[in-house]
Structure formats: structure tokens, C-alpha cells
Design a protein around this ligand. Structure first.
Ligand SMILES: [Zn+2]
Ligand SMILES: [Zn+2]
Length: 407
């Protein structure tokens, strides 16, 4: 009987699972912050070279790219993992607990990196059966700084030109639940600063100054009407003023207040409206009160938009592979198992951000979530991943890539 390529992937996933766990624990123990992933990217590059995969280093500072060419290398799929950790003290009791003080892999990026290396191990053995090219993207700085933006800027989607990209995130859902969504699944997130300027005076003679605190108070109140009056009630959008600083003494009319906020929107249009209105209202309120206001916008991550066709392909692959491996992966699959119950369709975008959006802006993309147990939410000192999740993530990612190329 001919063993099909997906069964081969399953066997190879079993073969390499232990190696993947070993790599994951090593990376977990030595977490590195955004754009400082020197040790991690060295592990990645070395392993890819060992597998005979063409390697490019220092793309987007500390990023690594691997290129695996199959039989007809024209069609190209990219698979992306992020490598950075968070400035957080781990309080889990693990034999491979972080040894870097105040730094922790609390978002599962150690798993994403190890998993993608595992997929590289699997696919490099199946090279002769691949009808296309797989580009492995190991990016820095998802948490802080937009490593995805840097890699795209440095041409990671070109030479060879990438036709589609897949990514996944492990996280706090019951082990084995797969979350998928169509269209926008995460939000644009942008930071802005308002610098309100007035004129100093003694508080006994306020008429000689321009009180920046009073102007700021009016601006803060006026901005609240943007969401209720300028944005459609059907639109998913919000912003908050999370920080305010200024003033020097109780008896001085202050001349400078700084307000820092964050906006999160799903559509480009809402983002543009909110951005323009914040600037316009703040400036006109300040001017009307004889002060001034400077608006500084710092572009964050764009929404992740999941391509319909590509997401269907991932969904179909997930269903097929789940059915095939369910008895072999030791997940607590319910008696009357139905894969449909394990795939959670995300119908509302989360308002968090994910820098996979930088790729999804350019080419068809699909990003999924795979439950790795719900110990604690991500970005928490107690975040933990059930490593059984690799049984699923190795199979899903490798199989979806092959399906895309070979279909
Ligand atoms: Zn995170
Ligand atoms: Zn993350």
C-alpha cells in the first residue's frame, strides 16, 4: 500500500517530537527580549544548516530565513514563527525555568520557534515529494518593535517571491482546540501622544498664564465623543488615554501636559477617522483656550486579515489530520468526538494585536490559534504550555504547507 505524504508527515512528527521538545525547553530556559534574540537565532540557523536548508541570517536584525526547494520551486509558501520573550519574571517551577532574570517566554514564542524547526525537519526529509518551495521565517520582536515589519522591509517576501503565508499561536484554550477566523482577526493598534502646551504663571495670577491642565481636561472630555458620534455603532474600535503627566508644583500654573493613549481598530477607515479627529479636536480645543497641542502618532501593528481560501485549506487540513491522528496523540478527545467541536470559529476579531499583520497586508495569509492548555493567560508569570500541543501543531503546519504546494 502506498503511504501518502500526510501519513509520512505524521510518522516524522512522531520521530522528531522529542527533539522539538528539547529545543523548546532550551529556548524557554534562555529567553531573549525583542531584537536581542542572538542565541535563539543561532540555534535556529545552525539547525536549518544541519538539515541542508539554505539559510539567510540577520534579516530584520536578528531574524533568520530558511529556504527549502522542492521539485518545482516556483510556487512558494512561507511559514512564520516569532522568537522573542517578555520582560517578566517566571514563577513556574520547571526544570527548564528561565535562567535570565526578569525575562520569560510567557507568550509561547519558544514553542512557535521549536515547532517551526520541527516542521523544517519533517519537510526537509520529504523534499523530493514537495512541488514547490517552503520559506521558513523566524522573526524577531513580535512583542515589541515589529520584527515582522523589519523583515518585510528587508524583502523576506521576495526572492523567491512568496505566494502565501501561514502562522500559528499556541495559547490559553483547552489542549487541542483550534481557533480559526475569516477576515480581520486582530486589530490595528497604534500609540499616540498629545503634548498640550500652555504658559507658566504663579497660581495667584492665573490670568498671566495658560493652564495646560485645564486645557488637557477639556481635551480629554471632548475626545470621548469620537467613539459615540463619529464611528458607526457597528464598527469595532476603541481608544484609551492610558497615561497623563505634567505639572511641577501645586503653586505653579503648568505649561506642559503629556497624554499618551492607545487606539485599536479593525478597519482602516475607523483608524483614519479616530486618528484625524483626535488631532483635530485636541488642537482646536487647545487653540480656543490660547494654548497649543502637538499630536504625535506612532504606527503600531496592522490587523491580521485571514484569507478565505487559504483559511479554508488550513481548516480542511486540520479536520483531515485531526481525524487521522486523534487516537495517536493522547489528547483527551471526548467520546463522541466531532472535529467540528474542536474548531472554534472566531466570529469577532480580538482587539489585541499581532505583527503577523505585516505579512497579511501584502499577501494571502492565514493565522490560527491552537489551545495548549489554560494554565494562565499569556503575558502572565505563570503561563505554561502543555507540550502535547506539538503533536498537533507539527502535523497541521507541515500538512497545510504540503497541501498548498501539492494541490
Ligand atoms: Zn505576546
Ligand atoms: Zn505572541
Amino acid at each position: 500500500m502506498k503511504v501518502d505524504i500526510y501519513d509520512k508527515i505524521m510518522n516524522l512528527a512522531n520521530k522528531y517530537e522529542e527533539d522539538v521538545i528539547k529545543i523548546r525547553r532550551d529556548i524557554h530556559m534562555h529567553p531573549e527580549l525583542s531584537f536581542q534574540e542572538v542565541r535563539t537565532s543561532e540555534i535556529v540557523a545552525k539547525k536549518l544548516e544541519e538539515l541542508g536548508i539554505e539559510v539567510q541570517r540577520e534579516i530584520g536584525k536578528t531574524g533568520v530565513v530558511g529556504i527549502l526547494k522542492g521539485r518545482n520551486p516556483e510556487k512558494v509558501i512561507a511559514l512564520r514563527a516569532d522568537m522573542d520573550a517578555l520582560p517578566l519574571q517566571e514563577i513556574n517551577d520547571l526544570p527548564f525555568k528561565s535562567i535570565n532574570d526578569g525575562i520569560m517566554h510567557a507568550c509561547g514564542h519558544d514553542c512557535h520557534t521549536a515547532n517551526l524547526l520541527g516542521v523544517a525537519m519533517i519537510l526537509s526529509e520529504l523534499k523530493d515529494e514537495l512541488t514547490g518551495t517552503v520559506k521558513f521565517i523566524f522573526q524577531p520582536a513580535e512583542e515589541n518593535g515589529g520584527g515582522g515589519r523589519e523583515m518585510v522591509k528587508e524583502g523576506v517576501l521576495e526572492n523567491p517571491k512568496v505566494d502565501a503565508i501561514l502562522g500559528l499561536h499556541v495559547g490559553s484554550m483547552p489542549l487541542g482546540v483550534v481557533g480559526m477566523g475569516y477576515g480581520a482577526i486582530s486589530a490595528y493598534s497604534d500609540k499616540f501622544t498629545l503634548r498640550v502646551k500652555g504658559k507658566k504663571a504663579h497660581t495667584s495670577m492665573p490670568q498671566q498664564g495658560v493652564d495646560a491642565i485645564v486645557i488637557a481636561a477639556n481635551i480629554i472630555t471632548a475626545l470621548q465623543s469620537i467613539l459615540s458620534r463619529q464611528i458607526s455603532p457597528f464598527e469595532t474600535a476603541t481608544f484609551s488615554l492610558g497615561q497623563i503627566n505634567g505639572g511641577t508644583a501645586p503653586n505653579i500654573v503648568p505649561d506642559m501636559i503629556e497624554i499618551v493613549g492607545m487606539m485599536r481598530c479593525v478597519s482602516k477607515e475607523a483608524r483614519e477617522t479616530i486618528k484625524t479627529k483626535i488631532e483635530k479636536i485636541s488642537k482646536s480645543v487647545a487653540e480656543g483656550m490660547d494654548g497649543d497641542c502637538e499630536f504625535i502618532f506612532k504606527e503600531g501593528y496592522p490587523s491580521v486579515i485571514n484569507d478565505k481560501e487559504l483559511t479554508d485549506l488550513v481548516k480542511e487540513t486540520t479536520c483531515e489530520r485531526y481525524e487521522a491522528i486523534k487516537d495517536k496523540i493522547g489528547l483527551n478527545v471526548p467520546q463522541n468526538f466531532d472535529i467540528k467541536n474542536l474548531i472554534k470559529v472566531i466570529d469577532k476579531p480580538m482587539l489585541g494585536s499581532e505583527d503577523f499583520g505585516f505579512y497579511a497586508q501584502k499577501i494571502p495569509a492565514s493565522f490560527i490559534f491552537v489551545g495548549s492548555g489554560d494554565s494562565a493567560p499569556p503575558h502572565n508569570s505563570k503561563f505554561m504550555v502543555d507540550e502535547k500541543v506539538f503533536k498537533l501543531t507539527l502535523n497541521i503546519l507541515a500538512s497545510a504547507a504540503v497541501k498548498y504546494l501539492n494541490d
